[in-house]
Ligand binder design. Structure first.
Ligand code: CP
Length: 317
């Protein structure tokens, strides 16, 4: 297996099967620190730099919380408007990163442009972690999703993932790439105007990802071991910020998972994952069902980022 030391975490295309389990194992080793709400000194003397060019609640704060749990330092920005990249100068990724690499030992970046973290990694002498790039990918979220699935199911093989929502979404890309490493299949359900792009489908075929498309969750939810959700009512991920208009659409029933539908048709042990935030595709009364695992993901997301930070900074090898 390749070493994680100094490695950029940009895409799950790059991840090999054994590497998923290596990350999960490190997460398990570090979990007691977070579970007991302690801080350790594993990354004492190291600094995380968060460069977020797009809003975030979970990804930025979970990554920062992970660094604090490991005894490291954190600095960064959560609104590029307060930097030279977001004002008159529109400073380039290259120039910005040539600065940032001297301010920290690892950079966690979210950007509205697909490929921006990869561009940063070209110029940075420190590891770059992609925290979501436009419609591109969201590797740390999907590592959290797969870690949660592995904890719940004990395996990532032999499962049916029902992926529901906007198939242009970065999480959907990362999870489908990841499934190339496991003997599991995906059923994808989304509005035609938000379906998988032809070039992405070609790539999935090339990677031998087993997936099929369906029109409505109602038709296929009975086959799902993991129900993996994203909104279809959502902002434009290619923008730095997209404000909510006066009118917000409603999610068609074909892309909603309700308590009633779960009771009528879901497997007894199906679990629901959602990267959040949600709209009306997942009503809050589903939270109290035995299927919901998206709040468990809040904790697992911190543990996962602890594992990634300790791996790329060489504290876990
Ligand atoms: N899951 C996720 O990416 O959430 P945030 O946008 O709040 O970071």
């Amino acid at each position: 297996m390749r070493s994680f030391i100094g490695r950029d975490i940009l895409s799950l295309k790059d991840f090999e099967r054994a590497e998923f389990f290596r990350v999960f194992q490190v997460a398990e080793d570090l979990k007691p620190i977070a579970r007991d709400r302690r801080n350790s000194d594993l990354l004492k003397g190291k600094t995380l730099l968060t460069a977020f060019y797009q809003p975030s609640t979970r990804t930025r704060l979970a990554t920062e919380a992970a660094m604090h749990r490991l005894g490291g330092h954190v600095l960064g920005f959560s609104d590029a408007k307060m930097t030279r990249a977001g004002d008159f100068y529109q400073e380039s990724i290259k120039d910005t990163v040539h600065m940032l690499e001297y301010y920290g030992d690892v950079i966690a970046m979210r950007h509205f442009q697909q490929g921006a973290p990869a561009e940063a990694a070209r110029w940075a002498s420190v590891p770059v972690i992609n925290c979501g790039d436009g419609w591109g990918e969201h590797p740390t979220q999907v590592l959290t999703d797969l870690y949660t699935t592995w904890l719940e199911k004990g395996t990532l093989d032999g499962l049916t993932f029902l992926c529901v929502g906007d198939m242009r979404m970065r999480t959907m890309h990362s999870i489908l790439y990841a499934l190339s490493q496991f003997a599991s299949e995906a059923i994808v359900v989304g509005p035609p105007e938000m379906s998988l792009l032809p070039e992405f489908k070609a790539e999935l075929d090339e990677r031998n990802v087993r997936y099929r498309e369906a029109e409505s969750v109602v038709d296929v939810i009975d086959q799902a071991d993991v129900i993996y959700m994203e909104p279809v009512v959502q902002p434009d991920y290619t923008k730095a910020r997209d404000e909510r208009g006066a009118e917000v659409g409603r999610t068609p029933e074909a892309y909603r998972v309700t308590r009633e539908l779960l009771k009528a048709r879901a497997k007894e042990d199906a679990i629901i994952l959602h990267s959040l935030p949600r709209m009306d595709e997942l009503p809050p009364d589903v939270d109290a069902t035995r299927h919901a695992r998206y709040w468990a993901e809040a904790f697992n997301g911190v543990v996962m980022r602890m594992a990634l930070l300790s791996l790329v900074l060489g504290a876990a090898e």
